[in-house]
Design a protein around this ligand. Structure first.
Ligand code: NAP
Length: 283
């Protein structure tokens, strides 16, 4: 039996079509004003510049605007926080994205936490994380929130399943684990100090690879019938999981590319539209 391909690219296209209609409704409600996402890129890292550009392009596709701030790589934490503060105070801006990672002289956590909660559409603030964990309203971290949308779209059972999340970063592994827990999975979180990683992965009904190491998670660690989510992306189109080894024996998997990545961007844009709807009280 061949596995179900959890096609994030197709789902992102569908989400964008719905978003275009919501953006149109906001325009009608607000004398032609569109939602606006402000993106902040610090420095000249080419990969980060590409991600920011892709996010700006997605805004255009759904008919909304983006403001692009490019700041010098030598900027201080205080200077970056001042820029964020201006965007927080700008009523025309509905969402703020600070592209991760920032240069090392900057206190990224402090800057993330200076983003106003109602504009934290990338779900990076500590307060937003806490509220999400407590099942209060907050925008979820975009990558894991996009993964949850994929699981929902494909009717993947989560309640009672054993989910093993490999990686515990603030923007991916930790919020992923908490979102799965909130949907009643039994969750194991693994990281670089985990002993016998393969033994944990072998128990997983749902495995999430979020390690940033090409194919670190080997195919023969994954049990037959598992749901396999690969958040990684490395040159040559490979992820954090050895997907080629499990395509004919897992239940479902996210391809690389075309799985998790497109839904991260769609989720960011979707959360910006929701922020604008709240601002203009469209619903
Ligand atoms: P990160 O901040 O570098 O975190 C990596 C995590 O993996 C850490 O928790 C680390 O453990 C753990 N880890 C590293 N080596 C390990 C090992 N040998 N065994 C077990 N755990 C190990 O990375 P990230 O930002 O979460 O990103 C993870 C992956 O997702 C990357 O491939 C990245 O490109 C991808 N990503 C994709 C998207 C998207 O939109 N598609 C968005 C964000 C990230 P410690 O905590 O112990 O160091």
């Amino acid at each position: 039996m061949s596995a179900i391909i959890l096609d994030g690219k197709a789902l992102a296209t569908k989400v964008e079509q719905q978003l275009a209609r919501r953006v149109e409704a906001i325009k009608q409600h607000s004398n032609g004003t569109t939602p606006i996402l402000a993106t902040i890129l610090v420095g000249d890292d080419p990969a980060s510049a590409t991600y920011v550009k892709m996010k700006g392009n997605a805004c255009k596709r759904v008919g909304m605007e983006s403001i692009r701030l490019v700041l010098d790589k030598d900027i201080t934490t205080q200077q970056l926080m001042q820029e964020i503060s201006k965007l927080n105070d700008n009523p025309d801006v509905h969402g703020i994205l600070l592209q991760h990672p920032v240069p090392e002289q900057i206190d990224e956590r402090l800057c993330f936490d200076s983003i106003a909660l109602n504009k934290d559409v990338d779900g990076v603030t500590s307060l937003g994380f806490g509220k999400m964990v407590m099942q209060e309203f907050a925008f979820g971290s975009a990558t894991p929130a996009g993964i949850m949308t994929i699981l929902k779209e494909y009717n993947i059972d989560i309640a009672g399943k054993h989910a093993v999340v490999v990686g515990r970063s603030a923007i991916l592994g930790k919020p992923m684990a908490m979102m799965l827990l909130n949907e009643n999975a039994t969750v194991t979180i693994c990281h670089s100090r985990t002993e016998n990683l393969s033994e944990f992965v072998k128990q997983a009904d749902i495995v999430v690879g979020a390690v940033g190491r090409p194919e670190l998670i080997r195919g023969d660690w994954i049990k037959d019938g598992a749901v396999v989510i690969d958040a990684g992306y490395h040159p040559g189109g490979i992820g954090d999981i050895e997907l080629s080894a499990i395509k004919d024996r897992c239940y479902a998997y996210t391809p690389v590319p075309g799985g998790v990545g497109p839904m991260t961007i769609a989720t960011l844009i979707s959360q910006t539209v929701t922020a604008a709807e709240k601002h203009y009280l469209v619903y």
